[in-house]
Design a protein around this ligand. Structure first.
Ligand SMILES: NC(=O)c1ccc[n+]([C@@H]2O[C@H](COP(=O)([O-])OP(=O)(O)OC[C@H]3O[C@@H](n4cnc5c(N)ncnc54)[C@H](OP(=O)(O)O)[C@@H]3O)[C@@H](O)[C@H]2O)c1
Length: 244
């Protein structure tokens, strides 16, 4: 387990109502970071905020659909109103939709791009001026092994995750002179609700053989805990049960 003192930090996490986002929120809060929890299912965020508070941490729950720019802008504004700073922005919200393109409704094509790609762009844009002003900041975007591999019946999802990787690497070149780092975490199969939401009927991996959400939280913490002169570009993480 990484040892990190984040007691002077504020971390905003999208997709914090379940899976990897919730695990990152718990882990960062346990290291002392004040955490802002964002997603659409507010009751889940409130329950997690209560849990973190009971454990001695500080958490703010904010309802936010990352595909809506005004809601992401408001998420950042509410975080700054409450805590006065944002040190780490984790753009993690996303979902998959397992269907051939021919059979995919156009609305599902749009929403996959809106949430998985535009949501990441919005999250970055919303915090950048603040981070540039402070000459420091850390952005972690959740990609996928689909950011560099090809999977049938997930073409739009894979396209959006490729976009996340290209966007994040380009953005880093834009912001590194301002002391801002941009990392992309690209996991294979993680044991979360993602696979059910995507519509996998028969999950091809044993739950305990997959990467666990807590493993991703540890990795995100490692990225943030590194000295400020080190930039981790992209981390590709496979469970050994999955074909690479
Ligand atoms: N699990 C995997 O195998 C795997 C592998 C590679 C990459 N990933 C990526 O990892 C990230 C986290 O997924 P997970 O595995 O933790 O799955 P998860 O448990 O299903 O979590 C997805 C999170 O995204 C949020 N979300 C979805 N649409 C949203 C929207 N429009 N606005 C705000 N939040 C939204 C959900 O919250 P609400 O529904 O409450 O809004 C939920 O908190 C995603 O980007 C996913 O693509 C997952």
């Amino acid at each position: 387990m990484i040892q990190a003192d984040l007691s002077d930090k504020v971390t905003v996490i999208t997709g914090a109502s379940s899976g990897m986002g919730a695990a990152m929120a718990r882990r960062f809060a346990a290291c002392g970071s004040r955490v802002v929890l964002a997603a659409r299912r507010f009751e889940r965020l409130e329950a997690l905020a209560d849990e973190i508070t009971r454990a001695g941490g500080t958490a703010l729950a904010v309802r936010c659909d990352v595909s809506q720019w005004t809601q992401v802008e408001s998420l950042v504004a509410q975080s700054l109103d409450r805590f006065g700073q944002i040190d780490v922005m984790i753009n993690n919200a996303g979902f998959g939709y397992l269907r051939s393109l021919a059979k995919s409704p156009v609305e599902r094509i749009d929403s996959q791009i809106d949430v998985n790609f535009k949501g990441v762009c919005y999250g970055c844009k919303a915090v950048l001026n603040h981070m540039i002003q402070r000459r420091s900041g850390h952005i972690i975007n959740t990609g996928s092994v689909g950011s560099m591999r090809h999977y049938p019946t997930l073409a739009v999802y894979v396209g959006a995750k490729h976009a996340v990787l290209g966007f994040s690497r380009s953005l880093y070149e834009e912001v590194r002179e301002h002391g801002i780092r941009v990392n992309v975490l690209c996991p294979g199969a993680v044991n979360t609700e993602f696979l059910q939401v995507a519509g996998f009927r028969d999950i091809p991996w044993p739950a305990d053989g997959m990467i666990q959400a807590t493993d991703i939280a540890e990795l995100a913490l490692a990225c943030v805990a590194l000295p400020p002169n080190i930039q981790i570009d992209t981390v590709i993480l496979w469970p050994t049960c999955q074909v690479t």
